[in-house]
Write a protein that binds this ligand. Sequence first.
Ligand code: ZN
Length: 373
Amino acid sequence: MVLYRKYRPQKLSELDSSAVRESLTRIFSSSFMPHAFLFSGSRGTGKTSAARIIAKILNCEEATGNREQVTNNKKKEEKDKKAVSQTDGKTDVSIEPCNKCSACLSITEGSNLDVFEIDAASNRGIEEIRDLREKIRLAPVSGKYKVYIIDEVHMLTNEAFNALLKTLEEPPQHAVFILATTEPEKLPLTIISRCIRINFQKASSEEISNCLSRVISGEKLELTEEALRLIAASADGSFRDATKILEQAVAENALTEEKLKVLLGKQNISPEKFLQLIGKKDTKVLLEEIIKMGQSGANFRLFTEDILHLLHDLLVAQFGIDKNKVSAEMVDKFSKNDLSFLIKLFSRVYLELRGASIPQLPLELAIVEWCEK
Ligand SMILES: [Zn+2]
């Protein structure tokens, strides 16, 4: 995880998810400042990085922009006449944190006294939320805001939720909450309705490539496009997983496409051989191969993707398109109906693999379904 930490985005413009980057930039460029955010999305999509960037934007000693405006607006609310004239200024000033002042640096280090990171998964947050309620009214130590980042917030107990709700209903002006969760559906609506919600979708291959490019140029690594694509494809939309795979590849000196394939567990049966066995409907051998792949930690999504590419090539070859891409012997093995059935079947497997509790199960079921057909 060294590389992931080292190359974490440190300002809005570095956020790899374009949708999140745009939403947050819009919010912080406007004069409206929410007191509670809800970041939802699967693991490794950059929720914590974004939360820390917000903490910095709010407390940076150098950044001007919206933060000043917000303060001014508050003063306006408090009928502070002096501030009113200043709020007319437009927001062309930078909203980014400087990443140099002591506030920014201490937030990066995780030692800032006004930024609280609570992991609700560890002890369901009872003590932390109690503590939060007791101390939230006290002024921030050195910054302008107290920022509470509550990770896996859906794990809080009911008691903790109720306590949190009370604070969310009437937060002091100096408090900002960032609630992060991988399972937003488990949150009470009363909490959700108090927050500005930002969805962190699984990263696209392009976004992952962008994220990895930062590491690659920073570490002066040499990686081909294809190797990059392999990593992006096996990261399952997670920036963290992608960086972890790259880190492992660096450690094992496996930066070429060939070596990466081995690293990602592709040294098992080839997709071509697997498809031949599918043609023979040899259930037992197929299942044995899948179990072997599971034991060696193969990436079933990548494997299924390869199978789908092959099936696609076979299908179009049946219509005389790109016939040289596949062997004639293979084309004869499957009818058009078979191919269409298999493509639907493996497309389903591909989707199901994302949430599978036993990684190889969707593939095994598909094999049984096909062979028993
Ligand atoms: Zn700063």
